[in-house]
Design a protein around this ligand. Structure first.
Ligand SMILES: [Zn+2]
Length: 571
């Protein structure tokens, strides 16, 4: 093992643009430099007032902009130096007791009173309390914020090594534990030529977690892939991995990109199964969903973009069915297993995946299910299977990528379900189109715009209050509190649910057969369907959702007519 470990991390973004890394006054930031022998250690000093990286909604080029916007600092921390740090908890029972009660806090106290801690806005007070205890016990206390990586180094080298794991495994463990603690649904690891950048997505919001070296990123990828039973990370071909970590199911995909590798890990708690009524549908939508759930047969589609909660909705529907029916689920992968459902796994990486898929679909007829969950309708094959089963009077549920209920029809047509079939009475039962929008934390939400706004916070707030005709708007607080992650306490569904009449020659069916989506919109409104924007406006004016974050997910909401333009009626 090298005697000096060099790595990079991003300094947290400063509050003012004028602040520089070498500003002369202020508090330590925990930038630690040491030579290989560990003889010197100095802390660069910068001005106080650093804040958490403001979060942004996902952006394909974000990792690049995050890198250039943040200052990058070379740091090294020698193993020799690390091993000279003595743990105050070993000699001071009061400190040991305090640390034992703060298990979620990443902190290390040395015998000379240095409190190394990984910054966490929800623990500011705790650190202050700890400092006064250390001051009282050791006669000296000094807080030094460190990066997660530095903490990993500390733990694996200076603190009692708990097992023979390498620091890389420690790093993997720490990132995954952090992701679980921050309720992240996705972890993004972008390995570039000169660095590796790690982002998390929590409650739909993507934000920077940390940055490490290119080599450490590669090593981390290998460690991650080795956690799967037969996992092997490949540099230049797409690979998948799947393993369980601390009761969370992790599924990863790695793709080579022009500068390195792009890795996405999805974290799922297999016990997370909220009932339908807790997902956020309004009363009417929920009733429509229940009617679709127990319909006489036909196709029902849950559509939305990536991360719109489609599979959670299907899982909740599946959970609410009984074994009076024969239910089959086809999925790749199977996320949750139910005793009353027959689950058939499709493995799209299998060598003869195509053949296997075809024979599975062929076998469905003989299995004769009452209800079939077909997963994503992604190609002609699945579309054909969906048509066959629905025409036989089976209930078929599938998902489609689409941004509105109306465009779902065009998408189904594109996938090979002809409009004369879609418009046949009893074939298409319903379309649920949905998005997941962040819920503002009730404890720390603000009354005015929290984002930097080019038009000024007051002007922006007033404009939004006028637009939504209420003073009751709530905006997320990016600093967050102990009850939330960055001001967001969860996600809620905003949806539009189309339920098609089964009677022959209803105008809605004629509209589908005639490709008349505008006409269909009119029919649906007459039948009482609310648009997704309408649903979102209700949640915004009730103070449940931040208007800006909501618009970032579903697009700009019109001011006068709540309907998105494709649903608007021009008289
Ligand atoms: Zn909060």
């Amino acid at each position: 093992m090298a005697s000096s470990v060099t790595f990079r991390f991003f300094r947290r973004r400063q509050t003012g643009p004028q602040l520089q890394a070498n500003a002369p006054t202020g508090t330590d930031t925990g930038v630690i430099n040491a030579n290989a022998a560990g003889e010197t250690r100095s802390f660069e000093s910068v001005e106080a007032g650093h804040t958490l990286e403001p979060f942004r909604v996902a952006d394909k080029t974000e990792s690049d902009t995050a890198c250039s916007a943040d200052q990058e600092i070379d740091t090294s921390w020698s193993v020799a130096e690390l091993t000279t740090l003595k743990d105050a908890a070993d000699t001071h029972p009061a400190i040991a007791a305090a640390l034992a009660s703060l298990q979620t806090l990443r902190v290390f106290v040395t015998t000379d009173g240095v409190v190394y801690h990984v910054e966490d806005p929800s623990h500011v007070r705790t650190i202050e309390d700890l400092l006064s205890l250390v001051q009282q016990q050791l006669g000296r206390a000094l807080a030094k914020p460190i990066s997660l990586l530095q903490f990993s180094q500390l733990r694996s080298h200076a603190v009692k090594p708990r097992h023979a794991s390498t620091s890389q495994n420690d790093l993997v463990e720490m990132v995954l534990f952090d992701a679980i603690e921050q309720q992240a649904s996705d972890v993004y690891i972008a390995i570039h030529l000169d660095r590796t950048v790690i982002h998390f997505r929590t409650h739909g919001v993507r934000y920077l977690h940390s940055a490490i070296s290119h080599a450490d990123g590669k090593e981390m990828a290998r460690s991650l892939w080795s956690l799967a039973r037969d996992g092997h990370f490949e540099d230049n071909v797409p690979t998948d991995t799947a393993f369980d970590f601390a009761n969370v199911r992790v599924r990863g995909n790695a793709m080579p990109d022009t500068r390195g590798n792009s890795i996405v890990l999805r974290l799922r708690d297999p016990t997370f199964m909220p009932p339908l009524k807790e997902l956020g549908y309004d009363v009417r939508q929920q009733r429509a969903l229940e009617e679709l759930q127990f319909s006489a047969g036909g196709l029902a589609i849950v559509s939305g973009e990536t991360n719109s909660g489609k599979s959670t909705t299907l899982t909740s529907l599946m959970a609410g069915m009984s074994d009076d029916d024969m239910i089959i689920e086809l999925a790749d992968p199977i996320e949750i297993e139910f005793p009353h459902v027959t689950h058939m796994a499709l493995d799209h990486y299998a060598e003869d995946a195509e053949k296997l898929f075809r024979s599975t679909l062929g076998g469905l007829v003989r299995q004769n299910p009452d209800t079939l969950f077909i997963g994503e309708v992604r190609d002609q094959q699945t579309a054909t299977a969906a048509i066959d089963m629905a025409l036989q009077g089976k209930r078929v549920w599938g998902t489609v990528h689409s941004h509105s209920a109306l465009t779902t029809i065009s998408r189904l047509e594109h996938l090979g379900i002809p409009v004369h079939v879609l418009g046949q009475p009893g074939f298409l039962n319903g379309i649920v189109n949905q998005s997941l929008v962040p819920l503002v934390c009730a404890k720390c939400a603000r009354d005015s715009v929290a984002n930097d706004s080019s038009e000024g916070d007051v002007v922006a707030t007033t404009r939004l209050q006028r637009k939504y005709h209420t003073d009751n708007l709530r905006f997320h607080n990016p600093d967050g509190c102990s009850a939330c992650v960055r001001g967001i306490s969860g996600q809620t569904v905003v949806a539009e649910v189309m339920q098609f009449p089964r009677e022959p020659d209803h105008p809605a069916q004629q509209c589908i057969r005639n490709h008349d989506l505008a006409g269909l919109a009119v029919c649906m409104r007459e039948l009482g369907m609310r648009s997704k924007a309408d649903h979102a406006i209700t949640k915004i004016t009730e103070g449940l959702c931040d208007p800006l974050l909501t618009e970032a997910v579903i697009g700009r909401i019109g001011t006068r007519d709540a309907l998105p333009h494709h649903l608007r009626v021009v008289n």
